[in-house]
Design a protein around this ligand. Structure first.
Ligand SMILES: [Zn+2]
Length: 275
């Protein structure tokens, strides 16, 4: 299914995040020099502009609220991922910090989900201790990144969701969109399964190219009300909303794809707090 044949080797190896740097220079540098455009966004490009918010609304088909940063961008500058503060302006705790917003990526990831990749990953997590350890580290990294965002956004601690990340972490894979959003925001080597999913969508999206043309409606006003079909996918019940309708692992095998494929499934980025 388009998975890079080298992937198995890479996942068998020590997680990239802890591979010792064998070079002689730039000890503190995190990104490997062979990979480009993957560092977390610089300070000035993190802050969402009015244009970013307009694009996000168009990407998602609904107005966005409580987006505090743009942690990953297309090579053209458009948002790929939106970061939401862990407490919304209406006070609701919000654990899913990183939302994948780009419709080309979200639908490509939905294809992976429909193809059963999550089941395969979950199976591997039960037998591959190294992968499971790296995935747990990804969970910890997610929580640290969320704390950092909370600090920058001034929302403070959110004890209701302490230790709760998203997407099934630290032991399961329940939403690949969440993992890909995390990987794009954090850069490679942080979330092994998010990285793997990004490689697996390479026939539809790669980070070195712009896929924005025609990916969302650019004419007219940005959505001012929610016209999308979506559910709060990726969010645990803790948010206080109905859990998303989700197929069980067993029943998802038979090729009965559902709404979980739509580009706007990520739900709730926004209208918490709309009147
Ligand atoms: Zn673009």
């Amino acid at each position: 299914m388009g998975v890079d044949p080298t992937l198995g080797n890479r996942l068998d190896a020590v997680p990239a995040a802890v591979v010792p740097w064998t070079g002689t220079a730039e000890k503190g540098r995190k990104a490997a020099p062979v990979q480009e455009n993957q560092a977390p966004a610089a300070e000035e490009s993190r802050t969402p502009s009015a244009h970013d918010l307009d694009v996000l609304s168009r990407q998602l088909g609904r107005p966005v609220r409580d987006v505090v940063e743009i942690p990953a961008r297309c090579v053209c500058g458009n948002p790929l991922v939106a970061a939401t503060a862990p407490r919304l302006s209406n006070g609701t705790p919000f654990p899913t910090t990183f939302y994948l917003t780009h419709p080309v990526i979200t639908s490509a990831v939905s294809r992976l989900e429909a193809g059963g990749l999550m089941n395969e990953m979950n199976d591997r997590l039960t037998v591959d201790a190294e992968l499971a350890g790296a995935y747990r580290e990804a969970h910890e990294a997610y929580l640290r990144a969320r704390d950092d965002i909370a600090g920058r956004a001034g929302t403070g601690d959110v004890p209701e969701i302490a230790g709760v990340s998203a997407g099934g972490m630290p032991t399961r894979v329940k939403c690949l969109h969440v993992l890909v959003g995390h990987s794009l925001a954090a850069g490679p080597g942080v979330n092994p399964l998010g990285d793997e999913a990004i490689e697996a969508i390479a026939e539809w999206w790669t980070k070195d190219r712009c896929y924005c043309a025609g990916a969302w409606e650019t004419a007219g006003e940005a959505p001012s009300k929610d016209l999308s079909r979506h559910g709060p996918q990726g969010l645990p019940e803790i948010v206080g909303r109905p859990a998303p309708v989700r197929k069980s692992q067993a029943s998802s095998e038979g090729g009965t794809t559902t709404e979980s494929g739509t580009a706007t499934e990520e739900g709730k980025l926004t209208e918490e707090g709309t009147a």
